[in-house]
Each structure stands twice: as structure tokens, then as C-alpha cells.
Design a protein around this ligand. Structure first.
Ligand code: MN
Length: 743
């Protein structure tokens, strides 16, 4: 009885929530839809509701709200149409429920089935796959393979990730760190590359909120506090421009918005200035509503109007209207000196350009006929395909290549005939040779840049004109790998070298066959495999090569085997377990501080862990554990190294937290700066630490330059609270300017 009473209202609330979310989704679809589309969306919705009916999210709400919201993001925030909405609604159905792909194909057709299949494959449960070196990198490779099949798979995946990031609060902290790291490592750059600026910005902000929560909140609060001031300033800045624009009969609208928290955070970090000293906290945007044929001239007219009123900083002029960015971004940027002498960035663009800037790839299709550079994405996708085609590349190599090649800005250079080639920034003359044709690359002997002979590793600059001389007898060597920056050239060189190795290896193989015969072992695949496994070779090519180079003595090594009926049998089977890093024993490193640390909810005293030397966590810091090859390492949640690790090896992350803070000492590192007045400020610092605060100084270094000293101290503290007190006390010393904890 009571059971029914409590159950009924819950079901009712759920139902209301779900139908409200669905109506909201329908309202957000801007694309044109026919009757079939509408019917299919309804059917997909009903299927999803039914399939997920017993599931709940970590937050406790009905699971189906997730696919509905992902579909809404696809429609409202990326601007996708009916097909994507249907696929988004179904994106978790196949993996989580008995519904099959065949049923989806039957009901919604092949395209929807293919996209849902792609999305299902992308949902890679990294915990299950500890045998691959980096599941995240593997996963990323998968993201890209689906990108070339149907770009909507990746766009829906982005929406999925965005919703998960927005609702990350319900997840345990160590999972949050892992997801945030993966997002900033893979999804933000990918969103950037696809021109999805809005998504990219939100990904960055949401990740920052997890990895550097305090700094995030600091900036968010400051922005809130200065909002009125800023709005007033923007109004004042725009006012004289508006009159001019109206007089010139240019239809326009303006926006003035603060830059993202992430970009401000970046500025604070790189420029090392306080928030108050950052002036370009916002950008003013002037968007003109004109037909495509007039866009360029009107944008420049607006530029002229602005610079009649305000003085421009000429070096900051960026013209992506004439030559758009590789990701399709078009806009004219200038920075001018506004009222009170403050720098103001102004972005001038048309409505079409604005749409592309906000929604990137998705908007691109809409304007395909209009845009002057319709093949921007096509050529990028071709690049993606090329990198993917090289299937024998290790996943982490792949990820690094990919990140350095396809996410970078580019450089424009010319062939002797004046044809323009676009290469990633940092590409070399040799990269250019491989870009022209593999054969030109293989046989390149000399390269002239602007009629001057340059080394093959010469780094390309915009506008360079290159001429390559080739010679048939030239071939790539290992050292060439250091002279190229593009994945394409590197792959070509690697595979050419592999061929070379194969040829050399043939001699090694013959040697091996002879030695096998000597001990009456059959030279068959199974025996070769046993032998190569014994030596831990991953590929036979490498084994043969090393034999041919006499790095391996086959006769000597065969002594480790007996031969039974032609078959090799290892004499002694060594129990060599894979090195599992977690050892349940007393710590060997007695200097490692122990305290109330819990890992995965269990006291960590029995575990062999140590504190990462890159970020030196102290009790009270937000931390997580990382299973490294040298045992468990405790990192601070905002350690930049760890973010990188978490993205690549997320499955190695474990939850860690402090149960209670013990009395054991921890080392913290402080950097103190100030004006060197020669009145013994150093003495005051050391005295304060050791006598007043009663703490041990472990190391102390000081450097003075042009009257400014910088002092590096590492000292033992009890916990974060005590560290805070130390910093506060030091700041009060006369002659001390700044005290910062070293990250
Ligand atoms: Mn999902």
C-alpha cells in the first residue's frame, strides 16, 4: 500500500519532466521538417523513453532526459536537422538496452543506423580495456574515423559530451577530473578545428571549473563584480560609432561580451598580472546584415568608420575576411584605443560570418554555395583521412601527430609556378617536398627557398617560394624524422624505413633459419613466434633486423630451449607477472610522508604510494591518485601534468581524498619576490619561518636581478591551513612583494 503511494507521484513527476523536455526539444528545431521527419522524431523519442525506462542518471533523474537534452543541443546550439535529432535521441539505446541496430535500420533507415552505430562504437568503456596503452588515444582515433564517415557522428558526440560536462557535478571527483582532462585535451581542440567556437569556449570553461576550481570562481566573481562598469564602458565606446553607421546606412547590430573565463585565466597565467590589470576583458562585435557580394567592402567600410573615431593599434589588425582561417573562421579584427586609453578589440563581420563563427561546420553546409572557399573542410577531412590511413601507427603517436598537425594554424607557401600550398605552422621545407608528392619527398636532395639554398629542416614562413631538387638515388634515413613536422611526411619516412628494414631483415631471417636447423628445430611460424615472444619482440621484422645487425646471438639464445620433435620448448617457464603497480606492503620509501590519505575510500597506509614531485600536494589539496609504472602517485587535481596524463590514461586514475589531516610534515614550495633594499629582508624571511612560525626550511635559493630579488624556498608544513598562514605572514614582511606557491 505505502509502496504504491510513494511510487505513483514519482512516476508522475518523471513523466512531466520528460514531456516538458521533449516539447522544449521540438521548439528548438529550426531546420525545415516534413511529415516523415516529425513522425520519425516522435518514434525515436518513444523508443528512447521505453528503452531507458528503468534507468536513472547519477543525479537521480530519469535517464531519457539525457538523450533528449543531447538532441536539443544538436538542434538549438549546433543547428543540426531532423536526422541528427533522431540519432541523438537514440544514441545510447543500442548500448544500454536490448534494442538492436537492425531494428533501428528497419524503423529509421540506413543513415540513422550508421550514425547510431558510430556513436555506440565511440562509447568506449575505458575501464574494460586496460590492455591497450591509452584507451583515450584509441578512442580519439575512433572519433576521427567516424568523422570521415559522417561528420554528424562527431557533432552529436560533442553535444553528448557537452551535456555530460554540464551535469558533471553528480559524478565523483576523480571521474570529474578524468572527464574534464579528456575534454580539454581532445574535445576543445576538435571543436576549435571544426569551427564550433561556442562549444569550444564552454568546454574550456567547464574543464577549468573542475581542474582549477578556485581560480575559476575567482575570475567568475570578478567578472560579475565588474559587469556594470563594463557595460557602461561598452555603451560609451559604441555610441559614437552607431551614429556613423546609421549615417552610412549600414544595417548592423552590436554585441559586447566578456571573453571566456578560460581565456582570461590564460592571460593571468601567461602575463602574470592581477585581474585588475587586464584591460581587454571583452570584445565588441559589429555584425552587418548585407548580401554576400558586399560583405568584404562593407566590413572594411566599418573598419574605416571605427578608425576614424578611435586610433588603431596597427599590428593587431587581423584580416580573416580576405583569407579565412583553416577552420573556416571569417572576421576582421582590430584593436583600438578607446575612452580612458583602454585597448578594445573590435570584431567586424557579416551575419553569415557570425553564424559560421558560432556554429562552424554545421553552418558551413548552409552557406556552401556562398562561401568563396568551399573546400576548407574538404581538404581538412582529406588530411584526417590520410593520417588515419596509416593504420600501423601507435595510438599515442597518432594523437600527438594529430594534435600538432591538424589543430594548428597554418603557413602559406608557393611552388615555383606560384601555386599556393597550405601547411601547418612549424612545417619544414622537407614537409613541403612530401606535400607535393611522396616521390619528391623520398628523393629530395636540395631545397631552395626564395632562390637561396636552405637545409631541409628549414622552417617555412608565409610567402616562401620553394624549389626542390631530386635525385633517384636519394632515400630517407632516420635523421629525416627530426626534420619534418607533419604527420604525413613522418608516416611516409617511417614506412620507407620499414621497407628498408624488411630488406635488411631478410639476411637475419636466413641466419635464424640456419641456426634453427643446427639444433633440429623446425623453422616454422609457431617456433619463430615462441622464440620472438621469449625475447619480447613485438614484430618479426624487428627481430630479423636485429639478428642481421648481430645484436642478437641466436645460437646462444637457443640454449634456453629444448627441441622436442622439431618443436621449441622453453626450458624454464618464468613466472613473470605483468608489473602491477599497486603493492600491498610496507612502503619502501621511508621518506614519503604518510597521513590520512584514502584511496578509493580505503586508507592508503598499506599502499605503496608517493607524492608527485611535479605538484607537491599537501593535505587539504584536492588530489587524485594515478597508477604510474612506479607505483601510485598522488597529484593535485590542478596539476598541469596530471591533466595530460588523465586525458591519455584516464583509466589509471583513482579517487583519493584526505580523511583527516595528520601531523606529518609535507613539503611546499614558495616563490617570494620583492625589491632588494639591502636591509636584510632575506634575514627577516628566514627568521620569520624558522623562529616565529617554527618551521623547517628544506632548501633556500635566492637570485637578485636589477634590484629585484626572487627567493625560492621549500619548507615543511603540516597542511594547507598552515601553508596559508605562512603565506599570509610572509606577505606582511617589509620588502616582500609577492608570495606564491609553486605549481
Ligand atoms: Mn550519452
Amino acid at each position: 500500500m505505502s509502496d504504491i503511494l510513494t511510487k505513483e507521484p514519482q512516476e508522475e513527476t518523471d513523466k512531466k519532466l520528460i514531456t516538458r523536455a521533449y516539447r522544449n526539444l521540438l521548439r528548438s528545431i529550426k531546420a525545415k521538417m516534413d511529415k516523415t521527419d516529425k513522425g520519425n522524431i516522435r518514434a525515436a523519442y518513444e523508443l528512447a523513453v521505453d528503452a531507458h525506462k528503468t534507468q536513472r542518471r547519477k543525479s537521480g533523474e530519469p535517464y531519457v532526459l539525457h538523450p533528449i537534452e543531447v538532441a536539443r543541443i544538436c538542434a538549438a546550439e549546433i543547428g543540426l536537422g531532423a536526422t541528427a535529432v533522431i540519432c541523438a535521441l537514440l544514441h545510447d539505446v543500442v548500448e544500454d538496452t536490448p534494442t538492436t541496430l537492425a531494428e533501428i535500420k528497419e524503423q529509421f533507415g540506413e543513415r540513422v543506423m550508421l550514425i547510431v552505430d558510430g556513436l555506440t562504437k565511440l562509447d568506449f568503456k575505458s575501464e574494460d580495456a586496460t590492455d591497450v596503452e591509452s584507451p583515450q588515444a584509441e578512442n580519439f582515433k575512433k572519433v576521427l574515423s567516424t568523422l570521415v564517415v559522417d561528420v554528424r557522428v562527431v557533432l552529436i558526440k560533442m553535444a553528448d559530451r557537452l551535456h555530460n560536462m554540464r551535469t558533471l557535478g553528480a559524478m565523483p571527483p576523480h571521474k570529474q577530473v578524468k572527464i574534464a582532462a579528456e575534454t580539454s585535451f581532445i574535445y576543445s581542440p576538435l571543436a576549435h578545428r571544426l569551427g564550433l567556437y561556442k562549444l569550444k569556449t564552454e568546454f574550456e570553461d567547464l574543464s577549468l571549473k573542475i581542474t582549477n576550481r578556485e581560480e575559476y570562481l575567482y575570475i567568475a566573481n570578478k567578472l560579475q563584480a565588474t559587469k556594470k562598469d563594463r557595460d557602461r564602458y561598452i555603451k560609451k565606446f559604441i555610441h559614437p560609432l552607431e551614429q556613423e553607421l546609421k549615417e552610412n546606412m549600414i544595417p548592423y547590430r552590436t554585441t559586447g561580451r566578456p571573453k571566456s573565463i578560460y581565456s582570461i585565466w590564460n592571460k593571468l597565467k601567461t602575463k602574470k598580472v592581477p585581474f585588475e590589470e587586464i584591460y581587454d576583458l571583452f570584445a565588441v562585435r559589429i555584425i552587418v546584415d548585407v548580401p554576400p557580394s558586399k560583405e568584404k567592402s562593407i566590413c572594411w567600410q566599418v573598419y574605416s568608420i571605427i578608425t576614424d573615431v578611435y586610433q588603431p593599434i596597427v599590428e593587431r589588425l587581423k584580416d580573416w575576411v580576405t583569407v579565412p582561417k583553416a577552420n573556416g573562421y571569417e572576421s576582421l579584427h582590430t584593436t583600438v584605443i578607446g575612452p580612458k586609453g583602454r585597448f578594445v578589440e573590435v570584431q567586424i563581420r557579416s551575419e553569415r560570418m557570425d553564424d559560421i563563427a558560432e556554429r562552424g561546420f554545421a553552418a558551413h553546409w548552409k552557406y556552401k554555395k556562398v562561401s568563396k572557399s568551399p573546400n576548407i573542410y574538404d581538404s581538412w577531412l582529406n588530411n584526417v583521412r590520410e593520417i588515419l590511413d596509416n593504420s600501423n601507427m601507435d595510438a599515442i603517436d597518432f594523437l600527438n601527430d594529430f594534435k600538432s598537425n591538424l589543430f594548428n594554424e597554418e603557413v602559406y607557401v608557393y611552388t615555383p609556378n606560384g601555386d599556393m600550398r597550405v601547411l601547418p605552422k612549424g612545417a619544414t621545407a622537407l614537409d613541403f617536398a612530401f606535400d607535393i608528392h611522396s616521390d619528391v619527398g623520398y628523393h629530395a636532395t636540395a631545397i631552395k627557398v626564395n632562390n637561396k639554398l636552405e637545409p631541409m629542416g628549414y622552417q617555412l614562413k608565409n610567402g616562401d617560394r620553394l624549389h626542390i631538387t631530386t635525385n633517384k638515388s636519394q632515400k630517407p634515413t632516420e635523421s629525416w624524422l627530426k626534420m619534418v613536422a607533419t604527420g604525413k611526411a613522418r608516416n611516409k619516412i617511417r614506412s620507407a624505413m620499414k621497407e628498408e628494414r624488411k630488406k635488411e631483415g631478410q639476411i637475419g631471417r636466413e641466419t635464424m633459419e640456419r641456426k634453427f636447423k643446427n639444433v633440429k628445430a623446425d623453422f616454422v611460424e609457431s617456433n619463430i613466434e615462441i622464440f620472438s615472444k621469449f625475447l619480447k619482440y613485438k614484430s618479426h621484422v624487428d627481430l630479423y633486423f636485429d639478428i642481421s645487425k648481430e645484436k642478437i646471438n641466436v645460437t646462444e639464445l637457443l640454449k634456453n630451449f629444448t627441441v622436442e620433435g622439431g618443436k621449441l620448448v622453453p626450458i624454464e617457464i618464468k613466472e613473470e607477472k605483468a608489473p602491477r603497480p599497486i603493492v600491498t606492503k610496507a612502503p619502501t620509501d621511508s621518506t614519503a610522508p604518510r597521513s590520512g590519505l584514502h584511496i578509493n575510500g580505503e586508507p592508503a597506509d598499506n599502499l605503496d604510494y608517493s607524492f608527485a614531485t611535479c605538484c607537491h600536494p599537501v593535505p587539504g589539496d584536492a588530489v587524485f591518485a594515478y597508477v604510474s609504472n612506479n607505483g601510485l602517485k598522488i597529484h593535485r587535481s590542478n596539476c598541469p601534468n596530471a591533466t595530460n596524463l588523465a586525458a591519455k590514461y584516464g583509466y589509471r586514475i583513482m579517487r583519493a581524498d584526505w580523511a583527516n589531516v595528520s601531523l606529518t610534515n609535507f613539503s611546499a614550495h614558495l616563490v617570494i619576490t620583492g625589491v632588494d633594499t639591502g636591509i636584510g629582508v632575506i634575514e627577516s624571511i628566514t627568521h620569520t619561518i624558522s623562529s616565529d612560525l617554527g618551521l623547517n626550511i628544506r632548501s633556500f635559493q635566492i637570485a637578485s636581478n636589477e634590484g629585484i630579488y626572487e627567493c625560492n624556498i621549500s619548507l615543511h608544513v603540516k597542511d594547507k591551513v598552515q601553508l596559508g598562514l605562512v603565506i599570509k605572514t610572509l606577505k606582511n614582511i617589509r620588502g616582500v612583494d609577492t608570495v606564491t606557491r609553486l605549481e
